[in-house]
Design a binder for this molecule. Structure first.
Ligand SMILES: [Zn+2]
Length: 176
């Protein structure tokens, strides 16, 4: 939920600049508790049409289309206006006539505060080692001084490995 809030703040700042004539909206999930059955908590989101993936958290990118390029520029803009603190990525969602609705974004932060998909400073540096500025970027936007690709360039979402005790037995049933 923290991630969604930060991504929304970034998208709103980008929309306010009016660099493009369309809007970027972040899908707002809600937690629903069903009254019947096992009453479990469910994270639900409005349904999205025309789903596309624009980038991953390691810098894999689709920049063949205008929206693909706008998403790479959004990540660059965020780095610039947050003083290098935040880069939204894993941008995916639905393209509509008046804008894009992004769902389930990742935000990478210097101090790695957004969970296992936040690859921290090294993630931000890896991401920018693969960023190519396009017509939606501005040449005065700052970039990381260090552009080292620590993480491999994958389309899927990369997570930080959690150190575990390898001597322990695995799950006795499948939880996922
Ligand atoms: Zn750029």
């Amino acid at each position: 939920m923290d991630v969604v809030e930060k991504a929304t703040e970034i998208a709103n700042k980008y929309n306010d600049l009016e660099l493009i004539d369309k809007k970027i909206i972040i899908n707002q999930p809600e937690i629903w508790k069903f009254q019947f059955g096992d009453r479990q908590l469910n994270l639900v989101e409005p349904m999205i049409d025309n789903f596309e993936k624009f980038n991953s958290n390691t810098g894999w990118k689709q920049d063949r289309t205008a929206w693909g390029q706008v998403m790479q520029a959004l990540a660059h803009f965020s780095f610039h206006c947050s003083g290098g603190q935040f880069t939204p990525c894993d941008l995916q969602g639905g393209v509509y006539s008046d804008g894009v609705v992004l769902t389930d974004p990742v935000v990478m932060s210097r101090n790695q505060r957004f969970g296992p998909t936040d690859l921290g400073g090294e993630g931000i540096d890896s991401f920018f080692s693969r960023h190519v500025c396009n017509e939606y970027c501005r040449e005065w936007w700052t970039r990381p001084a260090r552009r080292q690709a620590t993480f491999a360039d994958r389309k899927g979402t990369t997570m930080i490995r959690v150190q575990t005790q390898t001597g322990r037995s695995p799950f006795s049933r499948q939880y996922y």
